[in-house]
Design a binder for this molecule. Sequence first.
Ligand code: SF4
Ligand code: SF4
Length: 340
Amino acid sequence: MSKVYFIKNPQSDYSQLGKDALKLLKKIVSETGHEFAKEVPLKVHFGEKGNKTFIPPEAFTAIINHLKEEGVSPFYIESNVLYKGSRTTTDVHLKTAKDHGFTQIPIIIADGEIGTEYEEIEINKDHIKKCKIGKEYGKFQQFIVLSHFKGHIEAGFGGALKQLGMGFAARTGKLEQHSGISPVVRAKKCISCGICVEECNYDAIEVLDTAVIDDDKCVGCAGCIAVCPEGAIVNTWDGKNFLEKLAEYAYGAARNKDIIYITFVHNITKDCDCSSKEMKLIAENIGVLAGKDPVALDTACLDLVQQNSGEKLFEKGRPTLKHAEKIGLGTMDYQLIELP
Ligand code: SF4
Ligand code: SF4
């Protein structure tokens, strides 16, 4: 059984929620004898441009200040996203982060300028043999993963496991989870500019009437998705076993790392912070939860949301928890410890 710590606080005062998060962090540190490294990356999600319900930077200020007082240098870490948007490449991603107020500490985008830099982590699980994790993540052993618990169209919900599995993955790793390997060209959007041909290091694209991808040559690096100026190259989102692949990527991302997970169960929307539209809230705010077992933490968040709402919200994502438990990432058996 894993311990999950909880402070109930439905108020949308992010400065106070940040203090609650710090209280949970200190509790875990004292319980486990955790000693911080000199540099500690804070894994966050900056929110897509237009999204209004991501967890704002004020919620992280108390933790940042505490780490600095302890002589630790914190910085934000993230990776580029799979699809065309305001976080596709490092330059626009950093601008979005800045526009959303994430200016307190430096930011590292872990998978390179266009999301193609990664290290392979061999896990040999049912669906994934080697995870492609953003290169910079490999330089650090400790992380604080700060998550927002809310719905997700494919994963059911997004929390700590999604931050690990999708959030740590380089673009090619995201593609591997979401689909087969090759992206596809939407012929109507393609203007035959050839930029993707120059980007592809595998000679897998040629421009005939429009660009065409050779599935036999494509290794799924997803670089072409990032560089196409027309957004004509897309992922097919037809991934089989997506929920289990997500769990396996989370396993690979967390392997041999020392991670404290803190999750804000606030601003609960049907879709995730990758959505650029303004969304209405579909459940009551609950508070902040934390622990060192991401499976236990996500299970506790899911159970609390369902108990509080009286509905089976986000149940679609429970298979991810079961598979994560099966492969040894953590346990769904948790003890919820409420702090005042
Ligand atoms: S970069 Fe995009 S628009 Fe240009 S040829 Fe490739 S798919 Fe077509
Ligand atoms: S995903 Fe990578 S390997 Fe495949 S066509 Fe695009 S750039 Fe080439």
